[in-house]
Design a protein around this ligand. Structure first.
Ligand code: IPE
Ligand code: IPE
Ligand code: MG
Length: 249
């Protein structure tokens, strides 16, 4: 995108409602690599550059929360060499980018069943959580070994435990209490969900939280997803009318 066109997009965006929380399913790395005759892992590496670019663009626009789907509970089904490689990426990414994230005052968060991550991966993630926990800027939330159904089952187990222990009465269970038992308890529901790579599905991402999220799809694979795509998604979002079951104002 030319500088002029980008400035124009930024001006439009700044004049409208900025989504508080944008979630992205980082998909299409493997197909991007295959198209170029490269191994799948080259696609995952290239996807990391996109991640950087989009975080920095989101920071410029003033988005409060970004959630990135990095590894699903179903991704363990992949060949072990690919899983092993994917598990090295958080460490590599955080080692390189933690200083620039600190400079941006970013708070890193993670959702998912982190205890199943390899020790080194978990150590790198915990280090980033600790290092950024007193920052006050944009939240960058990584979904790692995350599954929407697993998250819901986890919440049910906790709530059932509280009921069984006599700490909670059945009629105290409501939507708010349920949401407070999810991994996302301290962040708002996504306003916008972006999925690159041409797949038109949610793939077990934020099932509860996306009840009224605006969806935006593109054929572009994640490694070639650029600022211009992100800005376009936000401009399109700003034209949507969110009714939440009500009627036009
Ligand atoms: C997304 O890219 C990365 C992860 C799911 C971890 P894919 O690896 O799913 O790429 P495609 O969908 O096979 O192209
Ligand atoms: C979703 O992508 C998970 C991540 C991007 C981390 P997948 O590639 O795993 O999804 P499916 O299998 O195409 O639904
Ligand atoms: Mg995929």
């Amino acid at each position: 995108m030319s500088k002029g066109k980008e400035e124009e997009s930024l001006n439009i965006i700044r004049g409208g409602e900025i989504p508080s929380h944008v979630a992205i399913i980082m998909d299409g790395n493997g197909r991007w690599a295959r198209k170029r005759g490269l191994p799948r892992i080259a696609g995952h590496k290239a996807g990391m550059d996109t991640l950087r670019e989009i975080i920095s663009c989101a920071h410029e626009i003033g988005i409060k929360v970004m959630t990135f789907f990095a590894f699903s509970t179903e991704n363990w089904k992949r060949p072990s060499w690919e899983v092993r490689f994917l598990m090295t990426l958080p460490e590599e990414y955080l080692q390189k980018d933690l200083p620039s994230l600190m400079e941006k005052n970013v708070v890193i968060k993670a959702i998912g069943d982190l205890n199943r991550l390899p020790k080194r991966t978990l150590r790198a993630v915990n280090h980033a959580l600790q290092s950024t926990k007193n920052n006050t800027g944009m939240i960058v939330n990584f979904a790692l070994n995350y599954g929407g159904r697993a998250e819901i089952v986890d919440a049910v187990r906790h709530i059932a435990g509280e009921v069984a222990g006599g700490e909670l009465a059945l009629d105290e269970i409501n939507e708010q209490l349920f949401a407070d038992h999810l991994y996302t308890r301290d962040i708002p529901d996504p306003d916008l969900l972006i999925r690159p790579s041409g797949e038109l599905r949610i793939s077990n991402f934020l099932l509860w939280q996306t009840a009224y999220t605006e969806l935006w799809f593109t054929e572009t694979f994640w490694p070639e997803f650029k600022r211009e795509h992100f800005l376009q998604a936000i401009m399109d979002y700003q034209k949507r009318e969110r009714r939440f079951g009500g009627i036009k104002k």
